[in-house]
Design a binder for this molecule. Structure first.
Ligand SMILES: *Cc1c(COP(=O)(O)O)cnc(C)c1O
Length: 480
């Protein structure tokens, strides 16, 4: 596909740009260009065709099923986009006096109230821009708490071996040593090994429940008590909140601090690199350390206030406000009944898909699962040479996004499926049939799968070279 700079031709113009609303300024001569800028010269048709072609190169939740495990790639209702484009929210500045931003302040305060109800926590900061950023922030709160008590010996964070890679990475970024605890045969935390791991040097535990195997840990209250008894705090990675929202609350499970991924659970398109939002919620005793500023309501008026022992700021101003707005629109539309219903349907869909695939793939952990499950291509690989990667690439030819593969690390040839609640029974049936077809092909024509996808804009990119030696600059060919 051509770049927009290579399209069009000299003198091609379109005039739908808005008129300049700012006063003209005459710059000093030394600041003026001596040559025309190298801008594309294209007309309206060429622009429309360019962006339509570009959109066809990509795959999103509006193209087809996107069962990317751990990512909750559900459909985002378009009406929430409309809410996020309202001028009252888009045409303000965070440095405006609070009296002139009462609507935005009310938005933060209202969503905070609902998120606290969903999580069983006491306070929220909306500053963090993503889940991983929330983990970092939450661990900073844990660190500030221990330091404020003069407890300097707590240098370790416990992380189970099924954890998302961001968990140990965030702990390391906060200067903690990571202690890995293996899972038991059911996929949960091994209590005996956890008891051995905790001690006077434990700052805390990071856990997602349900975990990345899609398993709800039935010992969760015992797990958080073991950590608390050792003097540590419990961090809940809320990326899997979609499975339990409105039904079970991390605050009730014994967690002290957590993040939510508004872009996963609460309706913001994601996967393209942002903007996202990973608000952190905490129990009362951690409030004094929260970053940024919080909205406070006094006599019907909102104002912003900082905490006495704040850890500082983890981003500019109040985070990504429009992601918060989409989340508020989403929570208000679903309501007290819709939120748990979405979670139940997510769990139902995952179980339906799991059972559908059980005949053709290994499913190492017995169900029922929560919102996602991990299958394995171990047997297929042994018998045909076709690996999880090949099956995933084959799915692209069936107009589906592949699942997450080779994660979690504790399952060989892992394929982690999360169909989400927004897929219909018919669409899951189609996906299961397509995957069964791919598995059958593995036995008949493995070579074809080794070279899949055959109908995508690109085949198999060299991901290692792309990561090690990225070419991020495009050379425009000079005309002769
Ligand atoms: C997605 C995810 C994260 C990280 O969230 P980002 O918003 O991508 O930074 C952390 N933990 C789990 C389990 C996740 O699925």
């Amino acid at each position: 596909m051509k770049l927009i700079f290579e399209r069009g031709g000299e003198g091609h113009r379109s005039d739908f740009l808005p008129k300049n609303a700012f006063p003209e300024v005459q710059f000093e001569e030394r600041f003026q260009r001596t040559e025309k800028p190298a801008l594309p010269e294209v007309n309206e048709v060429e622009i429309a065709q360019h962006y339509t072609q570009l959109a066809k190169q990509a795959f999103g939740v509006s193209n087809g099923m996107y069962p990317l495990g751990s990512c909750t790639m559900k459909y985002n209702p378009k009406v929430n986009e409309e809410a996020a484009s309202l001028k009252g929210f888009t045409e303000i500045h965070p440095l405006q006096p609070a009296e002139t931003m009462q609507g935005v302040a009310a938005m933060y305060a209202t969503l905070e109230k609902y998120l606290l109800e969903i999580t069983g926590m006491d306070h929220v900061t909306f500053q963090p821009a993503a889940g991983a950023h929330g983990e970092f922030t939450g661990l900073q709160l844990i660190q500030a708490y221990h330091r404020a008590r003069g407890d300097e010996k707590r240098t370790k964070i416990i992380v189970p071996d099924s954890a998302h890679g961001t968990n140990p990475a965030s702990a390391a970024m906060c200067g903690y040593q990571v202690v890995n605890v293996p899972s038991n045969e059911k996929g949960g935390i091994d209590l005996a090994l956890l008891k051995e791991a905790v001690g006077e040097d434990t700052a805390g535990l990071m856990l997602t429940n349900p975990n990345t195997l899609g398993i709800f840990d039935e010992n969760i209250e015992e797990i958080t008590s073991i950590v608390h008894e050792a003097g540590g705090l419990c961090y809940y990675d809320g990326a899997n909140l979609n499975a339990v929202m409105g039904i079970a609350r991390p605050g009730d499970m014994g967690f002290d601090v957590m993040h939510m991924n508004l872009h996963k659970t609460f309706s913001t398109p994601h996967g393209g690199g942002g903007p996202g939002s990973g608000p952190v919620a905490c129990k009362e005793f951690l409030q004094e350390f929260l970053p940024g500023r919080q909205v406070v309501c006094e006599e019907g008026k909102f104002r912003f206030a900082r905490q006495p022992k704040t850890i500082g700021s983890v981003t500019a101003f109040d985070g990504n406000a429009l992601v918060v707005l989409r989340a508020l629109a989403y929570v208000l539309t679903l309501g007290r009944e819709g939120i748990p219903q979405a979670a139940e349907n997510a769990v139902l869909n995952a179980n339906y898909m799991r059972v559908g695939l059980k005949d053709v793939m290994d499913v190492p952990y017995e169900g029922p699962c929560m919102h996602e499950f991990v299958a394995s291509a171990k047997t297929i690989k042994k018998e045909t040479g076709v690996a999880a990667l090949d099956i995933a690439k084959g799915m692209i030819d069936c107009e589906m996004h592949p699942p997450t593969i080779y994660f979690p690390l504790i399952v060989d040839e892992a394929m982690m499926f999360e169909p989400t609640e927004t897929e219909s029974k018919e669409s899951i049936d189609r996906a299961v049939e397509a995957i069964k077809g791919i598995c059958a092909k593995a036995y008949k024509d493995p070579e074809e799968l080794h070279h899949a996808p055959h109908h995508a804009p690109i085949g198999r990119p060299d991901e290692v070279t792309a990561a090690r030696h990225p070419v991020v600059r495009y050379e425009v060919k000079e005309e002769e």
